[in-house]
Design a protein around this ligand. Structure first.
Ligand code: PLP
Ligand code: COI
Length: 340
């Protein structure tokens, strides 16, 4: 059993904690340097960095899990690496090869091993890989230099209570444009989500649901998570759209629903006017894990799916299967788990 800090692991929220080491690598003149671990949690960059003015930056989010026997594992880091490559390509940044990305994550977890929460609290070590355009640029064009970093912190539930239903409202703004950057994990999408999120929170909702930016008739995203619904006939349904961030958790759940729970799976439109086709609904993502959706406030009335207080049976089974795999209690599909 490797060592952990003495910490209030049961009451961690989703908040920044400065851990001991982070990884930094610089791209210049067409290549990445070897990268290394540093202790300084600040970054000094040019005032003319494209990341600061033109949003030339992207990020990822993944977690390290402590298993019952004390070992540490990552869940599908190669998928985060591949998605980051796509984000980088979309906004003309150099890509980080999968091996370099995974190696950086491994280094950061090993160096901060004592911050990986012990098994049994549902807590994890959240990793935040990111890339920013740096160097001196004032015209609207790609930066001459880029910084790829990975830092980490122990986290608990993103939405209050973890596997507890929460309510959402429909946003009256978009997070992404129809042919914009919605499918890339770039900061601009999140800047656009700050105001609708704040408005939803002020009204007492956990977050807002975004409809498709073209017609505003179909469910797209649940805050910083993807949506899924379970129909009366036990079909796992999740929206399909080019402006949704392709959630690794969502694609994992689609696989688990089909192969472990033996459900039918559909990736297709989810019209907001037909939400009563779902008997259960949830938000899924690395930070959100699976957060059951109690109800959605739509056209001034609250549509409740399964219950505002109880979790539906399929959602519970999906949650137990996913987290069982992530924490090493359930056998994972081949290639999903990377032991640190
Ligand atoms: N949608 C948005 C907008 C997100 O920020 C995230 C978080 O990464 C997700 C969905 C879920 O994606 P993943 O399951 O890969 O964490
Ligand atoms: C994640 O689930 O990793 C996210 O990126 C969500 C968020 C905190 C932005």
């Amino acid at each position: 059993m490797s060592k952990t800090l003495d910490w209030d692991w049961a009451n961690l929220g989703f908040a920044y904690v400065k851990t001991d080491y982070r990884y930094i690598s610089i791209w210049e003149n067409g290549q990445w340097d070897d990268g290394n671990l540093v202790t300084d949690n600040t970054v000094t960059i040019s005032e003319a960095s494209t990341a600061l003015h033109y949003g030339q930056q992207c990020f990822e989010g993944l977690k390290a899990y402590r298993t019952k026997d004390g070992s540490i594992q990552l869940f599908r880091p190669d998928e985060n690496a591949k998605r980051m490559m796509k984000s980088c390509e979309r906004i003309l940044m150099p890509t980080v090869p999968v091996e370099k990305f995974v190696d950086a994550c491994m280094q950061v977890v090993k160096a901060n091993e004592q911050y990986v929460p012990p098994y049994g609290f549902g807590a994890t070590l959240y990793l935040r890989p990111f890339m920013i355009g740096i160097g001196d640029t004032i015209g609207v064009k790609p930066a001459p230099k880029f910084l790829f970093g990975v830092f980490c912190m122990p986290v608990g539930a993103y939405f209050k209570g973890g596997l507890t239903p929460v309510n959402f409202t429909i946003a009256d703004m978009d997070r992404a444009a129809p042919y914009g950057t919605g499918a890339a994990k770039v900061g601009g999408n999140y800047a656009g989500s700050l105001m609708p999120h704040e408005r939803a929170a002020e009204k007492g909702y956990a977050d807002c649901i975004y409809l498709d930016p073209m017609t505003h008739t179909k469910i797209e995203e649940v805050g910083a998570a993807n949506f899924f619904g379970i129909t009366k006939d036990k079909v796992f349904v999740t929206p399909k759209s080019p402006s949704i961030l392709p959630s690794i958790t969502k694609y994992s759940l689609m696989y688990l629903a089909e192969h472990y729970l033996k459900l039918k799976v559909e990736e297709r439109d989810c019209p907001i006017d037909k939400i009563d086709e779902f008997t259960e609904a949830g938000a899924c993502g690395t930070a959100a894990v699976i957060t059951p959706i109690g109800g959605i406030d739509y056209k001034d009335s609250l549509h409740v799916f399964y219950s505002e207080t109880e979790v539906g049976p399929v959602t519970t089974e999906l949650y137990n299967t996913l987290t069982g795999i992530q924490f090493g209690d359930v056998e994972a599909p081949e290639g999903w788990i990377y032991t640190v």
